[in-house]
Structure formats: structure tokens, C-alpha cells
Design a protein around this ligand. Sequence first.
Ligand SMILES: Cc1cc2nc3c(=O)[nH]c(=O)nc-3n(C[C@H](O)[C@H](O)[C@H](O)COP(=O)(O)O)c2cc1C
Length: 211
Amino acid sequence: MKKQGLAWFLAAFVATAVGAQELKSVILPVPQTDGGRPLMQALKERKSTREFGGEKLPVQVLANLLWAGFGVNRPDGRRTAPSAMNWQEIEIYVVTADGTYVYDAAKNRLAPVAKEDLRSLAGTQSFVATAPVNLVYVADMTKVSGDAGEKDLFTGADTGFIAQNVYLYCASEGLATVVRASVDREALGKALKLKAAQKIVLSQSVGYPKK
Ligand SMILES: Cc1cc2nc3c(=O)[nH]c(=O)nc-3n(C[C@H](O)[C@H](O)[C@H](O)COP(=O)(O)O)c2cc1C
């Protein structure tokens, strides 16, 4: 019995270790900050699209998208989108078929969150489950202050700027996107292993347009 117990423990330990190893950090390529359609043309073409082709985004495109959304654009660590009091409280979770990550803008990498395909939980509309990327904007409420109304107002505004940056990048690169409030926050929060102080604000699907 003792031997069996030890064997079971070792098997469970190895399985856990192997499972944990399956999803690794992704070092993103340096974002390309030249090219793309000019701003006025991107504004002309910005729109919401709810149909996506199945093609995955190349890692360079993902790096560019995240940098445009909320990357670091100055040596002092400030970002491509403004944030109230420079709280920088919005974290971007990146939900894909190959796993879920959280964007670490300072290190330009994706930190692993979950190896399962959680896309079906990233929104209540059917296209979300097959969109190549779903960004989930999560506010870290430990970084914000003020009364409850101000906290909601400012985290909502901060998310809006990021989502619009993503819209403009998508318009500039011919990608399809839609920002979404229709999310089951409880179910998705559980799947993303969020803490009580982490609040899902919005989600945004991104991919190539359906041909
Ligand atoms: C805060 C916010 C929440 C939204 N939530 C959803 C949503 O849950 N589902 C959806 O399909 N579109 C959603 N949208 C997209 C709007 O429906 C869309 O922007 C609007 O119809 C105007 O279309 P346009 O973006 O192409 O100009 C949302 C937009 C905003 C700004």
C-alpha cells in the first residue's frame, strides 16, 4: 500500500509538473511601429465586425496589436493609451485557441494563465468561441482610488481608450474587431483565476475578416 501510495504521489507530481510546463511564457517580437494605413484612413475604416476567418494572428501581428492597445511607448514606462492618474490598472488577458496569457507590456511578453481554450467563455455571442483572439480587459482595483462611482467611471474610460487603440490598429491593418460588454463575468473570472479585486470591464474579439 505504501509503495502504491508513493507511486501515485510521484505520478501526480510528474503530471502536475508536465501540465504546468505545457504553457510557457511567450517573448513577443519587438513591435513594428512603422507602416500601416495613415491615421485618417484608419478612422475612416474603423468599424465593428462580428464575423471572423479562422486564420490565427502571426505572433508579430499580436505583438503589434498589444503594443498599439496598451504598450509602453516612452522610457518612463507610460503607455500608448492614457490612464487616470497614470494608474495603468487595466491588464489585457489574451484568450486564444492555444491558451490564455496576460500581456506584460514592460517585458513585451505573454505570461501564461491557462492552457485550455477558454474562448467560449470570453463572451456570450457565438462568434467569440471561434474568433482567433479575444482580449479581456481586467481592472486591477487595488491600483485605483476614489469612491465607487469614480472607480467605475475611470476604469471604464481607461478601457475605452485601449479598445479604441485596438480598433484603430485593426482598421490600419485590415483586421476585424468588435468590443463587447456581453460577457458572463463570473464564469470568465473563474476560468481566468481572477482575484476578488480584479474586475472584467470589457472584452474585444480580433481576427482576420471572414472571406
Ligand atoms: C461599451 C461598449 C459595449 C459594447 N458591447 C457590445 C457587445 O456586447 N456585443 C457586440 O456585438 N457589440 C458591442 N459593442 C459594439 C457596438 O454595438 C458598436 O460599436 C455599435 O453598434 C456601433 O458600430 P460601429 O462600432 O461599427 O461603429 C459595444 C460597444 C461599446 C462601446
